[in-house]
Ligand binder design. Structure first.
Ligand SMILES: [Zn+2]
Length: 289
């Protein structure tokens, strides 16, 4: 039997979605059981075999299951099935103002007429001086300074704040970047110290995404972006930067695709500000879908 057209590779094999499969097997058992009761056991058993074959080949029995689980299964249930909800590191922020606008107003970030975002020369210079000034690796003192709370080291680059919140950095270079940027902003930007902690962290994360040189080794930084569309969860866009010399992950942000216009100034643009050839296509593709 040729089962090619029946098989749905996007929902089977390594793409098979465990929550969808469990939900559908439960439905198949209920249907077949009911059928077995109202007719005869062999009929129910045959039906069950058929239902399971459909789930095996198509990934699910009830049409639209991936959309249903995406919408209705809470993150806690998805986690039970080993599906981690995509981490979104508080991109919305708590401030009413858009963080990018705040950074532009503070003359930390420039926005070109095409909307491309980059660090201002002034901030770049101040940041470099601050990095060079530092003699020791960043530690709890730096985290306390940038979070304005007591910080306790819980692991490599992981600190608990106020005993109830864990802050974790992707690399030593990432923590160094935030510590240095926070020092510069505290000294040069009015109102920095009045911001809520989450608003400050959101601004630091954006600055990190725009760094063109690695804070750790001064190597060039590559920026990447990718659309992530896992089963059971809404599509997201990931943007991350990596040092070409020491491989340190400098920044790594994942945002719901619905917020993609907030990040459009970064997408498809290399860290040195040069637009990649596929840039406009990529952004358009996202906003159209
Ligand atoms: Zn590096």
């Amino acid at each position: 039997m040729d089962i090619g057209p029946v098989r749905q590779p996007e929902y089977t094999g390594e793409n098979r979605c465990l929550p969808c499969t469990v939900v559908n097997v439960a439905i198949a058992l209920t249907l077949a059981g009911t059928l077995g009761i109202v007719t005869t056991v062999p009929v129910g058993a045959t039906a069950l075999g058929g239902f399971l074959a459909v789930i095996y080949l198509r990934g699910y029995l009830v049409p639209g299951t991936p959309e249903l689980t995406e919408r209705y299964l809470p993150a806690s249930v998805l986690r039970l099935f080993g599906k981690e909800p995509i981490a979104t590191r508080s991109l919305e922020g708590t401030a009413a103002e858009d963080p990018w606008d705040q950074l532009v107003a503070a003359e930390v970030v420039d926005r070109s007429s095409e909307g491309t975002l980059s660090l201002t020369d002034r901030f770049r210079e101040e940041f470099r001086v601050e990095i060079d000034r530092r003699e020791s690796a960043p530690g709890a003192d730096d985290v306390e300074a940038l979070a304005a709370s007591e910080a306790v080291e819980r692991g490599p680059r992981a600190y608990s704040i106020d005993g109830n919140r864990l802050l974790r950095w992707e690399s030593d270079a990432a923590l160094l970047a935030d510590a240095a940027a926070a020092s510069v902003l505290r000294a040069t930007v009015e109102g920095w110290s009045d911001l809520e902690r989450d608003a400050r962290l959101a601004l630091l994360e954006r600055i990190r995404l725009l760094l063109e040189r690695c804070p750790g080794c001064d190597g060039p930084v590559d920026r990447n972006d990718e659309r992530v569309d896992p089963c059971c969860q809404p599509p997201h866009v990931a943007v991350w930067t990596v040092c070409r010399d020491c491989d340190a992950v400098i920044a790594d942000v994942t945002a719901p695709e619905s917020d993609v216009e907030v990040w459009a100034g970064l997408l498809g643009v290399d860290a040195d500000g040069a637009a990649r050839t596929d840039a406009s296509e990529a952004v358009e593709g996202w906003s159209n879908s």
